[in-house]
Design a protein around this ligand. Structure first.
Ligand SMILES: O=C(O)C(=O)C[C@]1(C(=O)O)C=C[C@@H](O)C=C1
Length: 362
C-alpha cells in the first residue's frame, strides 16, 4: 500500500478500534442490564415469556428519532434488532418456527424480525408452524400472509381463523427469486420446481425464457432447492440464500416479474402486546349474506375515525356465499378510538375475532 495513504489511514483506524472497544464496553453494560431485567421478569412470572415486541419496537423507534446521522436509519433497525436479540438470548432462549427447509424466505423474515440469536425450527408446512407454536415446541412463528404480486396466502389466513395464537408483529421482505441448478446452467434440466406462489410470481419470465420446460409445485422454494441439490436434472426457483444453503449455482438472478415483489409476514405467538405508540390491529369479521351488510359492518370504523389498512375476504366454506373478512386497522385495541369501534363491531358482527395488536413496521 502507498506509504502516505497508510500514514493517513493508520490514526483513523486506531480511532475506529478505540470507538469499537467503547461500543463493546457499552454493549456489555447493556447485556448485564438486560440480564437484570430477565431476573426481575423471572421472579414475577417464572414461566412467562421474556419477549416484549412492543418494547423492542419502541427502543428502535426512539433511537431512529434521536439519530442525527450520518449513521443510516435503516442501519439502526438492523443493528439494534441484533443487539436486542443477543441481549434477549441472555434472558431466555427463543425458538422460531417457519416454513423450511433452510434458506426459505420465511427463515429470512424470521431472522430479520427476531435477530439471529434465536433457534430456528424449520417446518414442512404452514400447518406445522402453527402446531409448533400452539403446542409450545416454538414460542413464536413466522408465516407469509400476502404478496404484492399474487395476493393473499390463503392457507395462512385459514389457519389464523382456527388458531388461538395471536399476531405479535409484521415484517415485509423484498422477494428476489433466482433460478438455480447444480451445474449453474439449464443444459440437462427437465423440470423447474418451486412453491406455487413463486411459480406465479415468475410466470412471465419463465414463459419467455424457458417455455418448454415443465414446472412442478413443491411445498416451499427451499424444498425445491433441496431437491435440486439431489438431482442435476431439476432446477429450482429460490433465494440466493437457499442457493448457498443447498450448494446450488445461480443460473439467473432476480427473475420475479415485478422488481418490487414483496411479501408480508406475520410473527405469531401467545403474547398480548401493549401499545407501542405506532400499532396495527388485525381482525376477522363475518356478517350475514344480505345487501349492505359489509358496508354496515365497516361503518363503525369510519365513525370512530379508525383507518383501515387492509381488507381481504375468504369464503366461509359453508356453501352459503358467506365470507370471513380479514381487516387490519391503524392503532392498538387499547387506543380509545379503536376500542370503541371494536366494541361496536363485536356486538354487530355475526363473527368477530381479534387476532392481535402489534407494532407497525415503519
Ligand atoms: O425491556 C425488556 O423487557 C427486556 O427484556 C430488554 C429487551 C432489550 O434488550 O431491550 C430484551 C427483550 C425484550 O423483548 C425487550 C427488550
Amino acid at each position: 500500500m502507498d506509504k502516505s495513504l497508510q500514514d493517513q489511514l493508520l490514526p483513523l483506524r486506531q480511532r475506529i478500534d478505540q470507538i469499537d472497544a467503547e461500543i463493546l464496553d457499552l454493549l456489555n453494560r447493556r447485556a448485564f442490564t438486560a440480564q437484570e431485567v430477565g431476573e426481575v421478569k423471572h421472579k414475577h412470572n417464572a414461566t412467562g415469556p421474556v419477549l416484549r415486541p412492543e418494547r423492542e419496537s419502541q427502543v428502535i423507534r426512539q433511537l431512529q428519532e434521536l439519530n442525527r446521522g450520518p449513521f443510516p436509519s435503516d442501519g439502526i433497525a438492523s443493528v439494534w434488532t441484533e443487539i436486542i436479540s443477543s441481549c434477549r438470548s441472555l434472558e431466555q432462549s427463543l425458538t422460531v418456527a417457519y416454513l423450511g427447509p433452510a434458506g426459505s424466505f420465511s427463515e429470512q423474515a424470521a431472522f430479520e424480525h427476531f435477530g439471529h440469536a434465536v433457534t430456528g425450527l424449520p417446518c414442512a408446512s404452514f400447518d406445522e408452524v402453527f402446531r409448533a407454536v400452539e403446542g409450545g415446541a416454538a414460542q413464536v412463528g413466522m408465516v407469509p400472509v400476502e404478496n404484492s404480486t399474487e395476493g393473499a396466502v390463503n392457507r395462512s389466513l385459514d389457519l389464523l381463523l382456527g388458531s388461538p395464537v395471536k399476531i405479535l408483529g409484521e415484517r415485509s421482505l423484498l422477494i428476489r427469486h433466482c433460478l438455480l441448478s447444480k451445474a449453474g446452467d439449464m443444459k440437462n434440466i427437465t423440470k423447474i420446481m418451486a412453491h406455487p406462489q413463486a411459480l406465479a410470481q415468475c410466470q412471465n419470465w419463465l414463459n419467455r425464457e424457458y417455455p418448454g420446460i415443465p414446472r412442478e409445485s413443491v411445498s416451499s422454494n427451499s424444498e425445491a432447492a433441496r431437491l435440486a441439490s439431489l438431482d442435476p436434472t431439476c432446477a429450482a426457483i429460490a433465494s440466493d440464500i437457499a442457493a448457498h444453503a443447498w450448494g446450488l449455482k445461480i443460473v439467473a438472478p432476480g427473475i420475479q416479474d415485478d422488481s418490487q415483489n414483496r411479501t408480508r409476514f406475520l410473527a405469531i405467538g401467545h403474547i398480548e402486546n401493549l401499545p407501542s405508540g405506532q400499532d396495527k390491529t388485525s381482525l376477522i369479521l363475518a356478517v350475514p349474506n344480505r345487501a349492505g351488510a359489509v358496508y354496515q359492518m365497516l361503518a363503525p370504523l369510519s365513525e370512530h375515525g379508525v383507518s383501515m389498512t387492509r381488507f381481504e375476504s375468504r369464503p366461509a366454506r359453508n356453501g352459503q356465499w358467506e365470507y370471513y373478512f380479514y381487516v387490519d386497522v391503524e392503532g392498538h385495541a387499547h387506543d380509545e378510538r379503536v376500542k370503541k369501534a371494536l366494541a361496536v363491531l363485536a356486538s354487530h358482527c355475526a363473527f368477530f375475532k381479534l387476532l392481535g395488536s402489534y407494532p407497525a413496521q415503519s
